[in-house]
Write a protein that binds this ligand. Sequence first.
Ligand SMILES: [Zn+2]
Length: 245
Amino acid sequence: MNEKLVEDLCELACAARVLAVNGHEDMTLGHVALRDPDGRGIWMKRRGLSLGEVRDQADFLLVDWDGKVLEGEGNRHGEWPIHTEVMLARPDIQASLHSHPEYATLLTASEAAFPRFTQDGLRLGSGGVPRFTDTADLLVDREQGRQLAGKLGDADIVFMKNHGTSIYAETIAKLALTGIFLERAARALIRAKSAGLELEVPAEGDAQKVIGSLEEAGFVADNWNYLLRDLRRREGPGMTGRADR
Ligand SMILES: [Zn+2]
């Protein structure tokens, strides 16, 4: 494994641990993946670990486009097609996350719209979130993965009815931030609805200033670097993964 790939997998491990403390931890369920730079498939978190327990490159397996493990030690998750089929359909996607965050997963069970009335919500963009409704069961074959990729289209997030969410991004930093903003926006919506609040979305002009912030390299870098510093404060000097840049 070359140095760049080791560094990228360590950065993805950091993203998994950041996501774990931001609502995405669900025992050993859920996974992250990175496109293999040599086109052989994906590097997917191994089974049996939680997102919060992923330390470094040793916690990933190279899985080919047919689900065969080519490199790495440990067991493979069954839901590899959630990652591979989208990466085949979308050359822009480099990193992906499938998880069961409590609040966003609750939204998957509803056809109701997902109004964006906080900055977290607006940062997810102005479009709706596509909803995959073919099954609430695990996606374990290529055809199901293709259906999911078709439903995702050119969006970055897909709700999987009664199951969880999948997120796709061009960079690891953007993957982590999207995961955090999604769960916080879903939590805000559900809390507001529980309190019976009448919600108003911002005026179009104001909303436009926030929509698209995930496309700004400076915004993404500043906040990803903050999250890494925060992770280091919690994990201490023994932290594995990417150093601050
Ligand atoms: Zn799942």
